[in-house]
Design a binder for this molecule. Sequence first.
Ligand code: URA
Length: 480
Amino acid sequence: MNPHPITLRDGADLDGFRRAVRWLMAEELAPQHVVWSIGDAPGLFGEDAVGEAPPVTLPRAVARLIELVVCHRDPERYALLYQLAWRVLNGERDLLEIASDPLVHRIDSMARAVRRDLHKMYAFLRFRRMRGEGSERFAAWFEPEHFILEAAAPFFIDRFRSLDWTILTPIGSMRWDRAALTFGPPARREDAPEGDEFEEGWRGYYESVFNPARVNPTAMRAEMPKKYWRNMPETASIPGLIQTAARRVDRMIEQEATMPAKRTPERALEAMWDQEPKTLEELNAVIAKAGPLVPGATQAVFGEGPAHAEIAFVGEQPGDQEDRQGRPFVGPAGKLLTKAMEEVGISRERAYLTNAVKHFKFEQRGHRRIHSKPTAGEVKHYRPWLMKELELVRPKLVVALGGTALLALTGKSTPISRSRGLARFGDWPGYITVHPSYLLRLPDETTRREAYEAFVEDLRRIHHIAKADPETGELRLAAE
Ligand code: URA
């Protein structure tokens, strides 16, 4: 049998791919009988037949993955996605759960690359006012790695709904006129405006908040790759600020020498080892006094629960609600955790709940405070306090909820999917499971329900393990 050619349009041709899948499935053409190409003559698979091809229903998680991966630059993307769709529709409905499957692995990493690219576009794109226009219009230049223009459009419409803006990129352009979105041809950098009066103000602000003592050009480049610098007004200041950073730090040190010492967590930590806290209250007083490492939090959120609780749950950091109420796990993720605990008979009052990091870190977006994940450095910073806390609580079992807790408890960054289950954290028997907020973030209901059930199953095991044998006082680890 000759392979059947399918040609899709350049870029992210989601509609074309969907129609092709319907048609190929109706024709029962297996992936090895299809050759995919990209070009200017789409529709080579017989438009008429496609109209009649019955729809195919893929699980939501697969459909979502397809939406992302069609944006990837890899010319093999459609062939790989068709293999995925074919296998899922031919009996492997749970294929995505097999992370070790080479196809799933490859498609997952493509999806991650596209998500990263989208994130960079959301974070680093800067609009400039267009000069000489009658009405007020804005334009921005951006160089994405993948074909993400259409996928990124809802974000920019949502954020800048009341502005008239155009985004120009080498892979295409899009314009929002406050009412409708239109896509246009690729653009050149010279088509974008160079600078505007806003930039002066923005640059001045950036220079004033730039902390020379924190200068780390390598980390800056990793966070904000250099290719984006050209488009961002504040980056014009960076080379000068870096060059003068050493001098400015010297000046800051001179000034600090004449100022009363600040209570940084490091200093509080040193003080802590001078007079080691003997109780949780003493430890909490040290943490409260030290204050947040990153400014913004309302208060420190301490662990909660009885000392000598059987199980200590370690989360990431307090969220918005926790920061306001000064108690751990009272927001949406906390409510989900409490519900799951109740389902298996773990009493929240008798467990100890705490976090790797004790202060809320966030990004302000309008009125909303959006959670920012703590860096490895921040986790390390709070780690001695967490260790002391566990030493004082003396639980029988320590549960790491998610990757940040795991990093805090082991000092290593390991994917939860590979480490889930029984563990050892130094002196403590441990158990590793997902963070409840991961369950809240899952995109579709079926996946969410399944992941929740797996989480409840983990809690059931945790409950079982933590019940010491009344004869020996030993944990039931051997039974697992
Ligand atoms: N997420 C956490 O990790 N901890 C909390 O206290 C709340 C949400």
